[in-house]
Design a protein around this ligand. Structure first.
Ligand SMILES: Cc1cc2nc3c(=O)[nH]c(=O)nc-3n(C[C@H](O)[C@H](O)[C@H](O)COP(=O)(O)O)c2cc1C
Length: 170
């Protein structure tokens, strides 16, 4: 599968089969995160792999009851381990770095036939308590991972001419 096929065909999965994710597939997905770029190549991140059913259920509760998170056999909790660095452009480095790694994982998962959904709606405080995440570490996203139990949803996107301009902001 080429990159554009993955980008154009992937969609968020919110229903998962209980089928476990093979270790070699999980490893490849985590390699995609490891190999992704980061500001100054700092790699200040940690990915917590949650397979325990009770913990997954607790995470679903911390995500305001999005129960499909608990149904996925794996939840990847993506953390920034150095959360104070601000890049010259004014953006927080860890948010950008961890988001890129998550995007790479999501695409790699799709190529392997696995579904994911980016989860940004969660109580960070609650999730940190569940997973013993230290105070200075930030949780950027949670990603449930598993075999889809739904058909792909249709993409709804703005047209290119609505989001692109040339030479100057327009
Ligand atoms: C930063 C971010 C946060 C998101 N948070 C959630 C979430 O908490 N729950 C959820 O079901 N989907 C969440 N999504 C998924 C989006 O709703 C989804 O990507 C968008 O509607 C486009 O659909 P698609 O992924 O199927 O192409 C999130 C996506 C992003 C990028």
């Amino acid at each position: 599968m080429d990159v554009f096929t993955a980008i154009s065909q992937r969609s968020s999965v919110r229903a998962y089969k209980a089928t476990p994710v093979e270790e070699d597939k999980l490893k490849k997905i985590l390699e995609a995160a490891r190999l992704s770029p980061s500001a100054s190549n700092r790699q200040e991140w940690k990915f917590i792999i949650v397979k325990d059913k009770e913990t997954r259920k607790k995470l679903a509760k911390a995500a305001f009851g999005q129960s499909f998170i608990g149904e996925a056999p794996v939840v990847i909790v993506a953390c920034g381990t150095e959360s104070t660095s601000i890049m010259a452009c004014g953006q927080l480095a860890h948010t950008v770095d961890v988001s890129i790694a998550c995007a790479f994982m999501i695409l790699q998962a799709y190529e392997l036939g696995l579904g994911t959904c980016w989860i940004g709606a969660f109580s960070e405080d609650e999730a940190k308590k569940i997973l013993n995440v230290p105070e200075h570490v930030r949780i950027v996203a949670m990603i449930p991972l598993g075999y889809p139990n739904q058909s792909p949803s249709k993409k709804s996107r703005k047209r290119l001419d609505q989001i692109v301009c040339y030479e100057k902001y327009d």
